[in-house]
Design a binder for this molecule. Structure first.
Ligand SMILES: NC(=O)c1ccc[n+]([C@@H]2O[C@H](COP(=O)([O-])OP(=O)(O)OC[C@H]3O[C@@H](n4cnc5c(N)ncnc54)[C@H](O)[C@@H]3O)[C@@H](O)[C@H]2O)c1
Length: 388
């Protein structure tokens, strides 16, 4: 037998291949099997505000998390309460409306508050929670504008509690890998970084009315990802934007946007953003330099299947929406928040990061509305210290 000479000693005796860091879910699985949480200083009492599209995602992960006990759900729409209790078997959780939220704030057992209610409600909840010494996880954006967000971060600093803006892209394994490669110089100096971000399904007009507009609601994710990867902030933005959906035009918002970001180092950033894609949640990233290119293509819920019937060749569709495309990222960001609450990790999304992203989003909106390039001036104290 020609290959007999390659036979090694017993596979039990040779060094095992390490678990790839990319399979981060496996490490969690091992923790669960051994019932030994890496960081577990007792159960963290949590109150969740708002159980809609984003709230359900975090409710699901909190319910599964052994280091969390949800004590309260504050959900304004009382008609949802019974269905929520029955569906999730939430018999031990107290349900409240926001008018009674002082019970949450005054309860010393509530260590952390998770805010997934509409953006216009964030500031009040965040301020109250911080005032009562709770750690806060808040869905993006922290508040409707930069000034309100700044006030929230000032309060967080004053009371010494973490306030995490949930930028889920930072907790996605593929994007994290790209960042690491870029920071290791694999493509050299970055010439261009391109993000394609097309939403699915089309959000309801009720949501769009209170969303804060496409720049603060959607583009913030893409802007944050670009500056997080590059470790640099743009000095100029140019934007072309239009509303091809009449209902969105009526709201004086845009559904189709192209953003060009110019960076002092010579990098050019591009964001191709749309409120609706009928073929799924189109999320792509590409970073190009003279040494090469790294990219993240769309991911599919079922991989490896391909059918060919006649001349037609097909694979499975990409993920349909954010809830599934970023399902692991949402879990990771919550784990990170809990690690921060337990003092095991330093917060990964700093206040200055969030404020800077909000400033860039406002500059983009100004550029879209005026049709002019907008220069962005940065005071040194506005710029986050990137961990290079
Ligand atoms: N990171 C992401 O991928 C992502 C995705 C979607 C939404 N979001 C963010 O999450 C937030 C919520 O958006 P959504 O799409 O889930 O909205 P939604 O309308 O689907 O859900 C909001 C829920 O909050 C409830 N609510 C309203 N006022 C409240 C109050 N004062 N206190 C408690 N509950 C209240 C509503 O009844 C509703 O059930 C927004 O800030 C949005 O920007 C983030």
């Amino acid at each position: 037998m020609a290959t007999i000479k390659f036979k090694e000693m017993s596979q039990y005796k040779i060094e095992k291949t390490p678990v790839p860091t990319e399979d981060y879910g496996y490490n969690k699985y091992v923790e669960h099997i051994g019932m030994q949480m890496k960081s577990h200083n007792g159960v963290i009492g949590v109150a969740l505000f708002g159980v809609g599209r984003a709230g359900v995602i975090h409710l699901t992960s909190l319910l599964k998390n052994p280091r969390v006990r949800i004590l309260y759900i504050v959900e304004e729409d009382k008609s949802k309460w019974d269905a929520l209790k029955n569906y999730w078997s939430l018999n031990d959780i107290k349900f409240l409306q926001s008018i009674d939220a002082n019970h949450v704030y005054n309860d010393k057992n509530v260590r952390a508050v998770v805010v997934t209610s509409p953006t216009y409600t964030h500031e009040t909840i965040v301020q109250n929670a911080l005032e009562h010494d709770k750690a806060v996880f808040c869905e993006k954006p922290i508040a409707e504008d930069m000034e309100k967000s700044r006030r929230c971060f000032e309060k967080a600093k004053k009371v010494g509690q973490p306030l995490l803006a949930a930028f889920n892209r930072r907790f996605d394994a593929a994007y994290s890998s790209v960042r690491e490669r870029v920071r290791n110089g694999e493509v050299g100096h970055v010439n261009t970084i391109k993000v394609c971000s097309r939403d699915s399904p089309l959000p309801s007009t009720e949501y769009l009315k209170i969303s804060g507009g496409i720049f603060h609601d959607c583009a913030v994710h893409d802007i944050d990802m670009i500056v997080w990867i590059l470790g640099e902030y743009p000095i100029r933005v140019a934007v072309a934007a239009s509303a091809n959906i009449p209902e969105i035009a009526e709201l004086n918002d845009f559904d189709t946007v192209a953003i060009v970001l110019t960076f002092a180092s010579g990098t050019v950033g591009m964001i191709d953003l749309c409120r609706y894609s009928n073929y799924g949640y189109d999320q792509r990233l590409e970073v190009f330099g003279f040494k090469g290119m790294v990219k993240v293509e769309n991911q599919q819920p079922i991989q490896g299947i391909e059918t060919t019937y006649g001349l037609e060749r097909k694979t499975c569709p990409m993920y349909y929406s954010f809830a599934t495309r970023y399902q692991n990222a949402y879990v990771n960001e919550m784990e990170h928040f809990l690690d921060v609450v337990e003092g095991k990790e330093k917060i990964k999304v700093e206040p200055l990061d969030t404020l800077a992203v909000s400033k860039i989003a406002s500059a983009c909106e100004e550029a879209a509305r005026t049709g002019k390039n907008v220069e962005i001036k940065w005071d040194p104290e506005e710029l986050p210290k990137f961990n290079h």
